[in-house]
Design a protein around this ligand. Structure first.
Ligand SMILES: [Zn+2]
Length: 411
C-alpha cells in the first residue's frame, strides 16, 4: 500500500470522526442487503445500498491511485452485495471499479477505484415509500477544491457564470422595480421532474415518469431553441437533482421562465387528463392539489438530500415580487393549458399548489402534469412519441405567446 501523506491520514480520521458512525448498537440485527443500485451521471454518480437495518459505516479517501474505502459494520457479504462489481458501467464518469469483501467477521469492506479525484458525500436515508434503510454514496468531481459545496458543483456544471447574480449573493432579485423593455433573448429553464433514484410515478406497465418527462423536456427544448430562446434544463440525464437546486439553477442562469414537467398518478385508474399548476400564496386550492404537492415534494425524501441549503429570504420585497410573479405565472399557465387542451382532456382549470420547485420569487414558474400514468388511455398517450411531441409543441407555443407580450427584466 502506498505511504499515506499526513493530509490523507488527517482526512481519513476526520472523515471517520465527522461521519461518526454510531457505536454498534447492542443486539442490533444483522444487515441483510436487499439491493445495490448505481446511477452514473456527469453531474455525479450515486451508489445506493439498501438494507434491512440502518447501515453503520466509516470511510476514508486515498490518493495515488484515487480510492474510497467504505467499511460497513454488522454485515456479511451476500449475493446482492456481490453484484456491485458488475453494476459498474465502463462509461461511468467517476468509477473505475468496485469490490466488496469480508474484512473480518463483522465488517464488510467496499473498495472503489476512481477515475479522478472525487468529493464524496456519504449519508444514510431512513425508510420511505418502498425503500428500506439506505446508504447513499454520491461521488462528485472534486474540481480541485477540497470541500466544495456539491450544490455549487451541480450549478457549476451548467457551465454558466452569471456576472451579477451568483447563488451566494444574499439578494437573489433582479432589478425588476422599474422594468424597461429589453430586446435580449429570453432565457428558459425546463425542469424534467424526478430522476435517478427517484422514478416519480410508475404506470402499471412499468412506464416511469422520470423517463417520459425527460423525453418531453428534450423535445420542448428543441422547439424553444428554434424560436430563438436560450434554453437550459435542470437535468438532461437520469440523475437525482434536489428540488431547491432546480430553482437555484434557474436563478443562476437568470431564467425568465421556469417550467417543471411531470406526469401524474393516483391510486385509481379513472382520473385522466392534463393539468397546469402555479404556486399558491396560501396553501393549495383543493385537497387533490395539496396531495399532489405533497407527493411531488417528497422527491427529496426519496432521492435524499444531504446538504442543508437554507437561504430563505423573507421580507416585503419578496412578498411583492412573489405576488407579481404568481400573476405572471397564472397567465403563462393559462396560455400553456389552452395549447395542451388541444391534445388531451383538461383535468382541471389552473390549479394552485405549494410545490417547492415553483417558489422562485422572481421567475414566473409553472408545473405541467402532462397526463396520468395511472390511467390506461393516458399511459398509452405518454408512451407515444407523437403525444410527447404535441405536449412539447404546446408548451413551446404557450411560452411563445406569453413572451411575445412580456416585458423582460433588464440586465
Ligand atoms: Zn412528478
Amino acid at each position: 500500500m502506498a505511504e499515506l501523506s499526513r493530509r490523507q491520514l488527517l482526512g481519513a480520521s476526520a472523515g471517520a470522526m465527522l461521519l461518526g458512525a454510531p457505536k454498534l448498537a447492542l443486539a442490533a440485527s444483522r444487515n441483510q442487503f436487499l439491493a445495490v443500485r448505481i446511477w452514473p451521471a456527469q453531474a455525479y454518480t450515486r451508489i445506493t445500498l439498501e438494507s434491512t437495518e440502518k447501515i453503520n459505516y466509516k470511510y476514508f479517501v486515498l490518493n495515488n491511485p484515487n480510492r474510497i474505502i467504505v467499511d460497513i459494520e454488522n454485515a456479511n457479504l451476500n449475493n446482492v452485495l456481490n453484484t456491485i462489481t458488475q453494476k459498474v458501467q465502463h462509461s461511468d464518469p467517476y468509477i473505475r471499479n468496485i469490490r466488496a469483501g469480508q474484512k473480518d467477521d463483522n465488517t464488510i469492506r467496499i473498495v472503489m477505484e476512481l477515475k479522478s479525484n472525487i468529493n464524496p458525500q456519504i449519508f444514510n436515508l431512513e425508510p420511505v415509500s418502498n425503500f428500506k434503510h439506505r446508504l447513499v454514496m454520491d461521488l462528485y468531481p472534486a474540481n480541485g477544491r477540497v470541500g466544495e459545496d456539491p450544490i455549487l458543483a451541480l450549478l457549476n456544471d451548467m457551465g454558466v457564470k452569471s456576472p451579477t447574480n451568483t447563488i451566494n449573493n444574499s439578494s437573489p432579485y433582479r432589478q425588476t422595480a422599474v422594468p424597461k423593455r429589453s430586446n435580449r433573448r429570453p432565457v428558459i429553464m425546463l425542469d424534467p421532474g424526478h430522476g435517478g433514484e427517484d422514478p416519480g410515478a410508475i404506470s402499471p406497465n412499468g412506464l416511469q415518469e422520470k423517463e417520459v418527462v425527460l423525453a418531453i423536456a428534450r423535445e420542448t427544448k428543441k422547439r424553444l431553441e428554434a424560436l430563438g430562446y436560450k434554453v437550459y434544463m435542470t437535468r438532461n440525464e437520469d440523475v437525482f437533482i434536489p428540488l431547491k437546486v432546480r430553482t437555484q439553477k434557474a436563478q443562476h442562469v437568470q431564467a425568465d421562465l421556469f417550467v417543471s414537467i411531470h406526469a401524474d398518478s393516483v391510486n385509481r385508474p379513472e382520473p385522466r387528463g392534463t393539468g397546469v399548476y402555479v404556486l399558491s400564496e396560501r396553501g393549495a386550492s383543493s385537497e387533490a392539489a395539496r396531495l399532489l404537492a405533497d407527493s411531488q415534494n417528497r422527491s427529496d425524501t426519496i432521492g435524499g438530500v444531504k446538504m442543508s441549503n437554507n437561504r430563505e429570504v423573507n421580507n416585503v420585497l419578496m412578498d411583492m415580487l412573489q405576488s407579481q410573479t404568481i400573476t405572471d405565472s397564472s397567465r403563462l399557465a393559462r396560455l400553456v393549458l389552452n395549447q395542451l387542451g388541444k391534445h388531451n382532456k383538461i383535468k382541471n382549470e389552473i390549479n394552485l399548489a405549494n410545490f417547492v420547485v415553483l417558489r422562485s420569487p422572481d421567475i414566473p414558474s409553472i408545473l405541467v402534469e402532462t397526463a396520468f400514468l395511472s390511467n390506461p388511455q393516458d399511459e398509452a398517450l405518454l408512451r407515444s412519441t407523437s403525444f410527447r411531441k404535441k405536449v412539447a409543441q404546446s408548451i413551446a407555443d404557450g411560452m411563445k405567446q406569453y413572451l411575445s407580450a412580456a416585458v423582460l427584466a433588464q440586465r
